[in-house]
Design a protein around this ligand. Structure first.
Ligand code: ATP
Ligand code: MG
Length: 140
């Protein structure tokens, strides 16, 4: 089957605890390949744009504040069924509900500070990759 791509963020709670390598290892061990990666400090505009679908949710302002509270690592991941595979290794949004062995069960601090983002569909993966990366920054 052809390789597909998804978009991942290692969130500020994880970079603060020096877990960039540990989280990336779990992604790689799950069969995903990092084909683009950069450490950035998101602006408020970027965070509001990226999480625009959640604008009406009560946690929106806190989420934007959290995502701009420190550096993040944005990545493009490639592999068979990349979106589904990444969501599986991430675990449930709330770490209390996440399966053993998942990134969020292992590392997340709370439902907000949950260590990683991953695209929820191939369509959104394409939009999110384009939001942060130029085509020439992705090297498969
Ligand atoms: P992500 O989009 O970050 O990969 P997700 O798809 O598992 O996570 P979403 O429902 O898209 O979850 O929510 C986006 C992010 O908003 C969550 O990862 C979490 O950081 C935050 N969030 C979601 N629900 C809540 C909540 N009830 N309270 C606080 N923060 C929340
Ligand atoms: Mg989501």
């Amino acid at each position: 089957m052809a390789a597909t791509r998804t978009f991942s963020i290692i969130k500020p709670d994880a970079t603060r605890r020096n877990l960039t390598g540990a989280v990336t290892k779990m992604l790689e061990d799950a069969g995903l390949r990092v084909v683009a990666s950069k450490r950035i400090h998101m602006t408020k505009d970027q965070a509001e744009g990226f999480y625009g679908v959640h604008r009406e949710r009560p946690f929106f302002n806190d989420l934007v504040a959290f995502m701009t509270s420190g550096p993040v690592v944005v990545q493009v991941l490639e592999g068979e069924n990349a979106v589904a595979k990444n969501r599986e290794v991430m675990g449930a949004t709330n770490p209390a509900n996440a399966e053993e062995g998942t990134i969020r069960k292992t590392y997340a601090e709370s439902i907000e500070a949950n260590s990683v983002h991953g695209s929820d569909s191939p369509e959104n993966a394409e939009i999110e990759i384009r939001f942060f990366f130029k085509p020439e920054e992705i090297v498969g």
